[in-house]
Design a protein around this ligand. Structure first.
Ligand code: SF4
Length: 365
């Protein structure tokens, strides 16, 4: 049941500053509260030990510290952790923690479900319910950080990618506000260049992002450079042609001086022909580009199959004839329904079936 008290995390830093002044406190108290909330990720005002006891009590009477309920935490054999999280209004989202070397990357959701309807995506089956608020996006990173501390990993979350449920550029104000918090010195302090926003091609959003005063990275889910094929798998492509997309990418480059990464899911037999490779070269031209190629991660009832290792390696070999950086990406967390939206879909469809969940205390054999 929703609490009657407001959530302190909906306050922006300047609101918190005003709040402290109204309570007769010096301005640095706002900084301290902010650090406790976003750097130390505490869930109880009593833990804010450098605040006067009376202030802690006042804050506890006036506010609650909002968080997301962890319904399920599935740990893959490859170390990937998938969280099924419940929002205060009962909706469910997913986020994924990917430990890799020194990096701790969190893949966050920006919406509950997604309205874009991409054929290869499990989240699309959920439809769209609502945009997430900025604090609900940030909290996914804090949930992952608390998990790392809990399992004895002292490293901070280093990277954030907006590649979970939802199209982030359709929720841009909250996404930008979340990025400001994640990037803040008093918050998790994640470098803007370590934050990637991934879009399926919301051109207006790309222009807005290009003009935003933050040096983040942009990834475009391209998946094919043949217009007709793109329209088959991404409904938005029926409104946004490849030319418009390229113009927007180029504008982003001119503003940020950062090339866009292209995400290309390998759908065997659909987007891996010689014609597809030629179309990719025509689309990119002399634009230096980084292409991440990801083997498709199928979900029950989905229309595509995963490539075999041989098919995938052959496709990578052929793509590498092009003058771009081609990076094969290993699929993560396949044993825990790794594709985004799968866990929530699984819960929605198979409510009565208990999925296999590995916990840090009982790792898979
Ligand atoms: S791929 Fe992204 S934009 Fe497309 S349906 Fe899935 S979450 Fe939405």
């Amino acid at each position: 049941m929703a609490s009657a008290k407001p959530n302190i995390k909906v306050l922006r830093y300047r609101d918190l500053l005003r709040e402290m002044r109204q309570r007769g406190q010096p301005g640095y108290r706002a900084q301290q509260v902010y650090q406790w909330l976003y750097q130390k990720a505490v869930l109880d005002f009593a833990e804010m030990s450098n605040l006067p006891k009376t202030l802690r009590q006042e804050l506890a009477e006036a506010y609650e510290i909002g968080t997301l309920r962890v319904l399920q935490r599935a740990v893959s054999r490859d170390g990937t952790v998938k969280f099924l999280l419940q929002l205060p209004d009962g909706h469910r989202i997913e986020s994924v923690l990917i430990p890799e070397g020194k990096r701790r990357t969190v893949c966050v959701s920006s919406q509950v479900g997604c309205a874009m309807g991409c054929a290869f995506c499990a989240t699309a089956r959920l439809g769209s319910t609502r945009n997430l608020e900025a604090w609900e996006i940030v909290e996914q990173v804090l949930v992952a950080q608390r998990h790392l501390w809990e399992v004895g990993d002292p490293r901070p979350v280093t990277n954030v990618v907006f590649m979970g449920m939802g199209e982030p550029l359709l929720n841009l104000p909250a996404v930008l506000q979340a990025i400001r918090i994640l990037n803040s010195d008093h918050g998790p302090n994640i470098g803007a260049r370590k934050i990637t926003v991934s879009t399926v091609g919301v051109v207006q959003g790309i222009y807005e992002l290009a003009g935003a005063p933050v040096q983040l990275k942009l990834a475009l889910s391209l998946h094919t450079a043949i217009q007709e094929k793109r329209e088959q798998i991404i409904p938005l492509a029926r409104k946004v042609g490849l030319k418009d997309l390229k113009r927007a990418l180029f504008t982003f480059y001119l503003q940020k001086r950062r090339w866009v990464t292209l995400e290309y899911i390998h759908l065997p037999g659909f987007n891996d022909t010689e014609e597809d490779i030629r179309a990719l070269q025509r689309f990119l031209g002399d634009m230096p580009a980084k292409i991440n190629v990801i083997p498709y991660n199928p979900f029950p009832g989905g229309p595509f199959r995963a490539p075999t290792e041989e098919e995938f390696q052959d496709f990578i070999r052929r793509l590498r004839r092009l003058p771009y950086t081609v990076t094969p990406r290993a699929p993560r967390g396949r044993d825990i329904l790794g594709a985004c939206g799968q866990l929530a879909l699984h819960q929605v469809r198979l409510e009565s079936v208990k999925p296999v969940v590995y916990t840090p205390d009982s790792p898979p054999a």
